[in-house]
Design a protein around this ligand. Sequence first.
Ligand code: PLP
Length: 386
Amino acid sequence: MRQTKLPLLSNAPQGGTKQLDVPPRLLLGAGPSNVHARVLQALSTQVIGHLDPVFVDLMGEIQQLLRYLCQTKNAVTLPLSGTGSAAMEAAIANTIEPGDRLLVGVNGYFGARICEIASRYDAEVRRLEKPWGKVFDLNEIREGLERHRPAVLALVHGETSTGALQPLSGIGELCREHNTLLLVDSVTSLGSVPLYVDAWGIDVCYSASQKCLSAAPGVAPITLSQRAIQKRNNRSMRVRSWYLDTVLLEQYWGEEHRYHHTAPINLNYALRESMRMVVEEGLSECWQRHRNNAELLWIGLSDLDLDCYVEADYRLPSLTTIRVPQGINDRAVARYLLTHYNIEIGLGLGELAGKIWRVGLMGFNSRAENVTLLLTAFEEALQNAR
Ligand code: PLP
């Protein structure tokens, strides 16, 4: 049979495209972080079906590993297909009904993002404000709960825009006294600092794969307590987002394994491998390693006469913010590190733009040799990038 060439209406890019070639960056910014060779290998494993019995077994293991990392027994604990923002949206969509009052601790960029998303779900958003870089104490939380009587209180555990670590112990009890659900963003804290979802009475906690878990971006853990599930099950209307509806996700990740959407198979392999590595190290040891390397960095910065932005008592080990000294161009320093050392660091975000740098020591990247290299490179960059 004579074959005629099927016509195209648009041409392929002129000259074709080059083979993928990315520089060997050391990612010491606000995320993502580099991944271990074992995680890369997991990523490049052949795809299998999202309902294949082998994948179904892996799903069970991933959920068990997530429960360990979150220190929870919550049945509904799963990796959402999406980034941390998808998990943030899921947390809100599944707890908030239009008109529900949500009190948000806003002491940085991501608290403000929670407000923005919640307003799109028609929550009655109230803000508990604190200057960027500060954290809320129990009295401020108590007063906020008494004044606003919210259905849900949302707090960011590790504020990536400021480098502050919000203490959470005791807040769950206050929330129970006020019949309020506690929602926590652990995107930059899970795996790097103590986080006890059950013991701290957290009702909804979400995170992301690409920061302290050092897996590839694109999957985001979320866990829901019985109280959160009860509120969700008593809703008068369905969860507004079909894709993020945990009722449907539970049917896929739970016993039924009913098709909902095609899970990103390889991202789940990667997440599983990165969590296996945490288990091998021990979660407590992993937290301690993040702390030790952060302290090394803080001492080194002080030797360079650089000031941390956040007070030592509530500094986030996985992300350090450094004040940009007078007369120094923050962008020039970051550019120097990138071009001369292949090191990425983060710049200030929102109202801290131009005022701080953000240095992440997350997951696989939280290692003493990275701290030493960064400090050496930073000293040179400060001399050369005025
Ligand atoms: N919450 C916090 C605290 C974050 O740091 C980030 C991202 O940096 C997000 C939420 C959003 O996550 P993603 O960028 O993966 O969507």
